[in-house]
Design a protein around this ligand. Structure first.
Ligand SMILES: Cc1ncc(COP(=O)(O)O)c(C=O)c1O
Length: 397
């Protein structure tokens, strides 16, 4: 089978199935990862060949590398509207979250040991919290409503004298629900508690200006915004007490040791620069809503929306085909890349922790499919998926 081309530079490959020309590969899993944007790949190219120097070297080979890192840092900070020296490059969303949570815990453990988070966080937040529990941290996991939204009042109620950090994701990766971050950050400020948000899914999709959000720490994952995998950043507000995760030499102003991954930093910088241009573009939102309308027109009450109808990432459509198994449906959508929120283990259905926390009934949750759209998604692709679903769903009756 030929490899589908979803890079912005190319069009999806077409094959002939019966009378119809349909794309062989349709990618609707942009929340899992994005392709590297053509402009990003172009910006990275010189750093695969001529600009190989170590940014710490003071000679002709090191200087352009150092300049490139600092330029990339400015590009990232420009997207978040913060100071360039408040950006620490990391290996991705997981490291950024680990750095924020463990870093604050180790810096403030004399002051307190209590962390507040939610049940719908990515494992890259839940598991550092679980790890810190073994080291004496107390963690409160706040619940969500049926749309996957946290109630800020519950966050406030959970605060104790020992609370040192609140960490609530900006937007959920599975259902796309956007959290009331500003209200939570106001609460954190009132109680003088540090506030971190995992913005791996929101950066590049919605506005993530750190002062508007009122956060002290914010995590970015490059591969969710058309940069390579294995690069990310952590925004650290000036003056925030935080221990490094990786100790060593003084890279990243002593906040993250290790010779800089110049190539990928350049990629992330370029991706952030490009993302700014997409902020006012509602093409993906319109496509997503059109897709939802088509699903409703074709499947009526048999399809339900998971996640908040309004406070939701513009590219994310998580729907349940009631009474069906998401995995069975996906298996029949030949060539379509999307995700399900449930797994079947020896005949019983295990919903994802997010769907469980939202209180979704098993017969609904087991039919969940996350379609996440991106810059290369077309109307034709979505219409093809509808057609494939129309063939697939009755065959599962
Ligand atoms: C919300 C969220 N946080 C963190 C991560 C982890 O990011 P990375 O894959 O860059 O480690 C992901 C990736 O799926 C995510 O969706």
């Amino acid at each position: 089978m030929a490899v589908g081309n979803i890079l912005p530079a190319g069009k999806p490959l077409l094959i002939i199935r019966g009378k119809d020309m349909i794309p062989e590969h349709i990618y609707l899993d942009f929340n899992a990862s994005t392709p590297i944007a053509a402009e990003v790949a172009e910006a990275m190219k010189p750093f695969l060949s001529q600009h190989f120097g170590n940014p710490s070297s003071l000679h002709w080979a090191g200087i352009p590398a150092k300049e490139a890192v600092e330029h990339a840092r400015r590009q990232v900070s420009d997207l978040l509207q913060c100071q360039a020296n408040e950006i620490v490059f990391t290996s991705g969303g997981s490291e950024s979250n680990n750095h924020a949570i463990k870093g604050v815990f180790f810096a403030l453990r004399e002051k307190g040991n209590h962390i507040i988070t939610t049940h719908i966080e990515h494992p890259a937040v839940i598991n550092p919290c679980r790890f810190l529990e073994k080291l004496g941290a107390e963690v409160t996991y706040v619940g969500v409503d049926s749309y996957g939204r946290v109630n800020p009042e519950e966050v406030e109620k959970a605060i104790t004298k020992k609370t040192i950090l609140i960490t609530v994701m900006h937007a959920n990766n599975e259902v796309g629900t956007i959290q009331p971050i500003i209200r939570i950050s106001n609460i954190a400020k009132k109680h003088r508690i540090l506030f971190h948000t995992d913005a791996a899914q929101s950066v590049g999709k919605i506005v993530t200006r750190v002062d508007d959000l009122g956060v002290d720490l914010l995590s970015i994952a490059g591969h969710k915004l058309y940069a390579p995998k294995g690069i990310g950043a952590l925004y650290v507000r000036k003056g925030t007490p935080i221990e490094p995760l990786i100790h060593g030499a003084g890279h990243e102003s002593g906040r993250r040791a290790g010779t800089e991954n110049v190539l990928f930093m350049v990629g992330l910088g370029k991706a952030c620069e490009i993302a700014k241009k997409y902020m006012d573009d509602d093409r993906i939102l319109k496509l997503r809503d059109r897709f939802w309308k088509l699903l409703q027109d074709n499947f009526g009450e048999k399809v339900v929306l998971n996640g908040h109808p309004a406070h939701r990432l513009p590219n994310t459509l998580n729907v349940s085909f009631v009474g069906k198994a998401g995995a069975d449906i996906l298996a029949r959508l030949d060539g379509v890349a999307a995700s399900t929120g449930a797994a079947c283990h020896s005949g019983s259905v295990e919903l994802s922790p997010v769907l469980k926390a939202m209180g979704i009934a098993p017969e609904v949750g087991m039919g969940a499919i996350r379609f996440s759209l991106g810059r290369t998604t077309t109307v034709q692709e979505l219409e093809t998926v509808i057609q494939l679903l129309k063939n697939a769903i009755p065959s599962l009756d």
